[in-house]
Ligand binder design. Structure first.
Ligand SMILES: [Zn+2]
Ligand SMILES: [Zn+2]
Length: 189
């Protein structure tokens, strides 16, 4: 389907160190298409070079090069939900109907989001997977913890107002200016 030189050219546009998919059915890293992408997010390859040839979808080319011809009437589903991926292990020929069902559910939409709502990548390093399957962003979790701790600190370290008037002596009181007094400035309110 491709000339040997076109095939070589094809593989120079593939980065096999892509993100690791969190979906069990798509093991290993995505192979990311580094050349032009179509508006719908699929990689695009010009089979005949700069002149001639036709634009073909890169993931279909990869599948046909490494696995087999794609049977008529089947579409290639991205198990990793990364349309720029051409890793044949992440590609599965399915009927159009299966592809639509897999892609449209609310949970499918959440599962294929590649970033949290604040824009951090849901990659292997930054993701906590709950037992329910829900993903949590580590960067956001850290930020929540930091601002919570800062809030606790602000509340705990309110300096007490300096005493006015003579400091009563006796149990429960300390003299202003003493070391004990400075310590008592920073106690929980
Ligand atoms: Zn992939
Ligand atoms: Zn985040």
């Amino acid at each position: 389907m491709l000339t040997a030189s076109a095939e070589d050219r094809f593989w120079t546009k593939v980065n096999r160190s892509g993100p690791i998919s969190l979906r069990r059915e798509a093991p290993g890293r995505c192979w990311v298409w580094t050349a032009s992408l179509r508006a719908d997010g699929y990689g695009q390859f010009r089979s005949g070079g700069r002149v001639g040839g036709r634009n073909v979808r890169a993931h279909r080319v990869a599948y046909e090069l490494l696995v087999s011809a794609i049977p008529d009437g089947l579409v290639i589903d991205h198990l990793c939900r990364n349309r720029a991926c051409v890793n044949p292990e992440h590609l599965e020929p399915v009927t159009h109907r299966v592809n639509v069902i897999r892609g449209e559910g609310v949970s499918a939409k959440a599962a294929r989001a590649t970033h949290c709502k604040r824009g951090h990548a849901f990659d292997a390093e930054n993701t906590i997977i709950r037992r329910s399957g829900k993903r949590l962003c580590k960067a956001c979790q850290r930020a929540y913890t930091a601002s919570y701790n800062a809030m606790l600190k602000r509340q705990a370290l309110q300096p007490l107002p300096p005493p006015s008037g003579p400091v009563p002596s006796g149990k429960g009181f300390v003299a202003a200016g003493s070391e004990q007094y400075s310590k008592s400035l920073y106690k929980a309110t």
